[in-house]
Design a protein around this ligand. Structure first.
Ligand code: ZN
Length: 350
């Protein structure tokens, strides 16, 4: 049963659908998820913290509440010795997403991801393990009620196809997106454009990219994907300053070579204005589902929603810098943005 009378397909024909993810990163920053394993134990350990982040994304303009079942599959839970919590964790995550979605008019997406269980050298045997994990996760999600599935951060076409097939068994529309970690190809050797084409041909409702790339390195690839497929395209970049030399945020480095990923990325972060610009550019090249991934926070989402012509509830508190005592237009601001004749350190903040 759809949670909202306006289905995903209807919304896609009406305009851009706004997504928001990055739950694991944001809840890690807030102290509810352990970096390293990145298992969303928050679902059972601090459900109110998860509900709050959903609510913040909803207020910021997200059209979809994505159940936080990323990495909540059997292998990962075994690794943190919580396999006994598998079903409870998956069900509770979908229930929380539904509860918050009902506060607005949002859709609820079930979520599966790269599992690290798939081995392209042994696609049949490892594929069976992956398929069982997706079946149990999505079976519980259907039991709790979802509108569609986001199968994301895929590194292998082989694994992504399994996710799509499980969605099809369950009669659910699937948005399937790849994490373009490498410069050109998936780990099983498909160009990212071909990878999307394969999934579109097999019946995915949307295809595209999420995670790994920031706007600058994701947009050129998105243009090629848009030209190659007839189905709606999805884009959820990370808000980080990736470059031609380091197209994925996993390889961003400090001078001297220290890796910034995953918990020293702040100096590479993009502002809300840069993400708003991404949202406009993505829409202009024909991307249908515009969102954000790891590193994303509600202020990014609000700016993106506003750039796409929306006025979400959180816009009530969008910036009004003309009312700032120092930066506002009352004539006291110096050319360097400081109070003239005053020691800037004494000007106070904010
Ligand atoms: Zn991500």
């Amino acid at each position: 049963m759809p949670r909202s009378p306006r289905t995903l397909q209807q919304r896609l024909t009406e305009g851009v659908v706004i997504g928001a993810e990055g739950y694991v990163f944001e809840l890690e920053r807030r102290g509810y998820v352990k970096a390293g394993p990145f298992v969303p134990e928050v679902i059972l350990d601090a459900p109110e913290a998860l509900a709050q982040l959903h609510r913040e994304f909803l207020r910021a303009g997200a059209d979809v509440m994505v159940a936080l079942t990323y990495y909540a599959h059997r292998d990962k839970l075994r690794a943190v010795r919580r396999e006994g919590d598998l079903e409870a964790m998956n069900r509770r995550a979908v229930r929380i997403a539904n509860e918050v979605a009902a506060e607005g008019d949002a859709l609820v997406a079930g979520n599966v991801s790269n599992t690290w269980s798939f081995d392209p050298e042994h696609p049949v045997g490892s594929g069976r393990v992956v398929r069982e994990q997706y079946r149990e996760q999505l079976g519980w999600a259907v039991g709790e009620g979802i509108d569609f599935v986001i199968a994301e951060t895929n590194d292998y076409v082989g694994e992504a196809v399994i996710a799509l097939e499980v969605c099809q068994e369950l009669g659910l529309p699937a948005m399937v997106t790849f994490a373009s970690v490498q410069s050109e190809r998936t780990y099983d050797g498909f160009s990212y454009v071909d990878a999307c084409r394969v999934l579109a041909d097999k019946g995915a409702a949307l295809v595209g990219l999420n995670c790994s790339r920031g706007p600058e390195t994701m947009l050129p690839l998105l243009e090629r994907i848009r030209a190659a497929v007839d189905v709606p395209v999805a884009a959820q970049p990370v808000p980080y300053r990736t470059t031609h030399r380091t197209p994925a945020f996993e390889s961003l480095e400090y001078e001297g070579g220290r890796r910034a990923f995953p918990i020293e990325l702040e100096p590479f972060g993009l502002t809300r204005f840069e993400m708003a610009d991404f949202a406009r550019r993505a829409r202009d090249i024909g991307v249908d589902y515009v969102g954000i991934c790891c590193g994303g926070a509600p202020h990014h989402v609000r700016a993106m929603a506003e750039a796409l012509g929306r006025t979400p509830p959180a816009s009530r508190y969008s910036p009004a810098m003309e009312l700032h005592p120092v930066l506002g237009g009352d004539g006291r601001q110096g050319s360097m943005g400081r109070w003239e004749g005053e020691d800037p350190a004494a000007a106070g903040s904010p």
